[in-house]
Design a protein around this ligand. Structure first.
Ligand SMILES: Cc1cc2nc3c(=O)[nH]c(=O)nc-3n(C[C@H](O)[C@H](O)[C@H](O)COP(=O)(O)OP(=O)(O)OC[C@H]3O[C@@H](n4cnc5c(N)ncnc54)[C@H](O)[C@@H]3O)c2cc1C
Length: 374
């Protein structure tokens, strides 16, 4: 039997598109390599631009204890700080809870979730054959690639970005400590920055991204945090007084922000598989959810014969995706490059203290508008 839609990956892009398409009456199978619940390296702050869309799918993060965030605190390496209202605001919620709740919602909507790692996708005679590591095979009319920033599949699809090593790694853990509920903080340190925000159950998520060169000079995570992160007095106060509640910190490496092709051998890429914005911008999760909305509405138009061919569908997706995300990704890359310069955060903070309205403007450049629901 051939499926309408097979989705590879059950993160935010995969799960929201699965819910949307299934609620629209299409048959959807989602293949995810890890069972829920699971923790994920992420800053866990989601911009409110996707709230209207999540509500339209019948999902409210505040039912699961998400914290409302309306203030952004930025500090330089030496601890100079500035706060700003967030133009749209957002919410903070662990990926452990968010992804699991969305997976439940997807199952309720009729999505079949199977825990399998996809190892190959081939396209022939207008349909896909999808093969998994344990040897299962599926046939589908359409495939959404929502398998995140880096996967075995990128090698299989011979994607260009996977051929270059990336300089970044990231570390995340949950803590009990002091942080107002409504703040998302971004603290710079030499070689990287650390985001802090409160999630459900009054836990604080601390997640930092750092270039590998700075990290490898130190013997372990504790040593690195003590000697490098804690040079920023605000991070020192946090780490000296907070107690880690995660079993151990989670780490990931090889985080790439390179350009990617949106469509590979007719697979429609979505979320980080299509392109990853620098986490500095706090917009990757919104972009994943928003790209899920884009691809779902176009696929629905295709299956209801308002779009007449695969070529028309692919062109429409490419156009809509570029309109929404291309500039945000460019600004994100530029900001990331600037923040890597030694004295940039210090200079920026001095400038922002003189022109306080500039910070919300910069934030707007890396975010979208609230999604309009048709
Ligand atoms: C350090 C860091 C901090 C961040 N902080 C923030 C933040 O505060 N705010 C924000 O908005 N964004 C943040 N982001 C970005 C955000 O995490 C991503 O943009 C978002 O998770 C993308 O969602 P996705 O669905 O595309 O991918 P993911 O959420 O990564 O989901 C991909 C899924 O695919 C599965 N998968 C992979 N390969 C296969 C396979 N072969 N077969 C089956 N399944 C597969 C994976 O197991 C995973 O569940 C951060 C990212 C990093 C690295």
């Amino acid at each position: 039997m051939s499926l309408d839609i097979l989705i590879i990956g059950g993160g935010l892009a995969g799960l929201t598109s699965a819910i949307d398409l299934s609620q629209k009456g299409l048959n959807v199978v989602l293949l995810e390599k890890n069972e829920f619940p699971r923790h994920k390296v992420c800053g866990e702050y989601v911009s409110n631009e996707v709230l209207p869309y999540l509500h339209s799918l019948g999902f409210d993060p505040f039912d699961f204890g998400a914290k409302k965030i309306d203030t952004f605190l930025l500090s330089s390496k030496t601890g100079t700080q500035i706060t700003s209202n967030l133009p749209l605001g957002g919410f903070s919620m662990s990926r452990y809870t968010l992804d699991t709740a969305l997976a439940e919602k997807a199952k309720d909507a009729g999505v079949i979730i199977l825990y399998e790692t996809v190892s190959a996708v081939t396209f022939d005679k207008d349909r896909f054959q999808i093969t998994t590591k344990n040897g299962s095979n599926y046939l589908a009319k359409m495939v959404i690639g929502a398998y995140g920033k880096r996967s075995n599949l990128d090698k299989h699809l011979n994607r260009q970005f996977i051929k270059t090593n990336s300089a970044y790694l990231a570390v995340k853990a949950h803590y009990k400590g002091d942080l107002p509920d409504n703040i998302v903080a971004l603290h710079n340190f030499k070689g990287g920055y650390c985001g802090l925000s409160k999630v459900e159950n009054d836990r604080i998520n601390a997640c930092y991204i750092v270039d590998y060169k700075s990290f490898k000079k130190h013997k372990n995570i504790d040593d690195f945090q003590q000697k490098v992160l804690c040079q920023n007095p605000l991070l020192k106060t946090f780490f000296d007084n907070a107690a880690m509640v995660s079993e151990k910190p989670l780490t990931i490496s090889q985080i790439s922000f390179s350009n990617k092709r949106l469509i590979e051998d007719h697979v429609l890429m979505c979320g980080d598989s299509a392109g990853m914005i620098h986490p500095l911008c706090g917009n990757g999760m919104s972009m994943a959810i928003q790209s899920a909305q884009l691809v779902s509405s176009l696929l629905y138009a295709f299956f209801s014969q308002k779009i007449n061919s695969r070529t028309e569908l692919e062109l429409a997706y490419q156009k809509a995706w570029n309109q929404e995300f291309r500039d945000r990704l460019r600004t994100g890359r530029l900001l990331a490059r600037l923040f890597r310069l030694d004295h940039f955060s210090e200079l920026l903070l001095s400038g922002l203290n003189l022109i306080p309205n500039a910070l919300p403007r910069i934030i707007e450049k890396t975010h979208g508008k609230p999604l309009v629901i048709a």
